[in-house]
Design a protein around this ligand. Structure first.
Ligand code: CUA
Length: 320
């Protein structure tokens, strides 16, 4: 085990992803300890088994098996020595677990919502996004829950992973190095589980403040439709609704504005501003024929008035 393992910010190796959080060093040290211990024991046990099988093989027809009575010394040794290793691994792992379970009081808190099939991050100023952006070298606390089924939040480069559960909060925290690292869902959660990936961008403090300021509303000089496109990407609409006419989990937004919408209950309506607004705020109220009622119902809390207007304008810009 080389001492370079104990440095934060190490590049990816054959066995492990890059090491980009303060947890990674102790995590990797324990990983390699167990890994090399397993190799040593494997070689020792399989080597001895192989050697004995060869050395004490039956050498002639009339050979009599030796009368072995056992050895207390050997039995005590092979019970006590592995037990010492197991206790060391437990204490080492438990220390890491406690450290990972107790975020420092001054941590920046970001709320994480898992839903089929994307992640939504809510920042301290109320802004939302589907990628995570955090300040570098600062403790960040993630308070996580799910709107539907079990998900699991996993950032390999930070060596953190925890289940995200409906009707309950789970917590993770980390302190990371600048960079861009993948986030995965690691709990099978349905059809698009394998697409439930995003990124965490770790940026300098000033860039983080700038980013957060830009989340709340539309920027200066941006048209309402351009602003709506940003909302479409940040609020997670893109996960289910295409803008190129392709059918997905939800209807496409292309050509939607002004079209006639046939509903599952046999009625229909024209997709005007009010129809779109109601579909965003109360998605279960009008289910379009051929689609499942799976859209999350929390957009009324997540989007402000300006963002809803921008989104409708964006959908209108996609033609009818
Ligand atoms: Cu969410 Cu798998």
């Amino acid at each position: 085990m080389s001492s370079s393992l104990l440095v934060v910010g190490q590049a990816a190796t054959f066995w492990l992803p890059p090491n980009a959080s303060t947890f990674a060093a102790s995590h990797d040290a324990l990983f390699y300890f167990i890994y090399y211990l397993c190799i040593i024991f494997f070689i020792g046990i399989v080597g001895a088994t192989g050697y004995f099988a060869w050395a004490y093989r039956r050498k002639s027809e009339d050979q009599v098996t030796s009368n072995i009575r056992g050895s207390h010394k050997i039995e005590i040794a092979w019970s006590v020595i592995p037990s010492i290793f197991l206790i060391a691994i437990f204490v080492w792992g438990f220390q890491g677990f406690m450290d990972m379970s107790n975020p420092p009081g001054n941590a920046v808190e970001i709320r994480v919502t898992g839903q089929k099939w994307f992640w939504n991050f809510t920042y301290p100023n109320g802004g939302n996004d589907t990628t995570l952006t955090v300040p570098a070298n600062t403790p960040v606390r993630l308070t996580m829950s799910s709107t539907d089924v079990l998900h699991s939040f996993y950032v390999p480069a930070f060596r953190i992973k925890r289940d995200v559960i409906p009707n309950r909060y789970t917590v993770l925290w980390f302190e990371a190095q600048p960079g861009r690292y993948p986030i995965f869902c690691t709990e099978y959660c349905g059809k698009d589980h394998s697409n439930m990936n995003t990124y965490v961008n770790v940026v300098p403090q000033e860039e983080y403040a700038e980013y957060m300021a830009g989340l709340g509303g539309c920027a200066d000089g941006e048209t309402l439709a351009e602003c709506g496109e940003a909302v479409y990407n940040r609020a997670g609409c893109a996960g289910c609704h295409s803008v190129d006419g392709a059918a997905n989990t939800g209807p496409t937004f292309q050509g939607l504005y002004g079209a006639n919408r046939p509903f599952a209950d046999g009625t229909s309506a024209e997709a005007d501003d009010n129809y779109l607004r109601q579909s965003i705020m109360d998605p279960m109220s009008q289910i379009v024929q051929g689609y499942q009622p799976v859209m999350p119902g929390n957009y009324a809390q997540q989007l402000n008035e300006e963002q809803v207007n921008a989104l409708i304008d964006y959908i209108r810009s996609l033609g009818n």
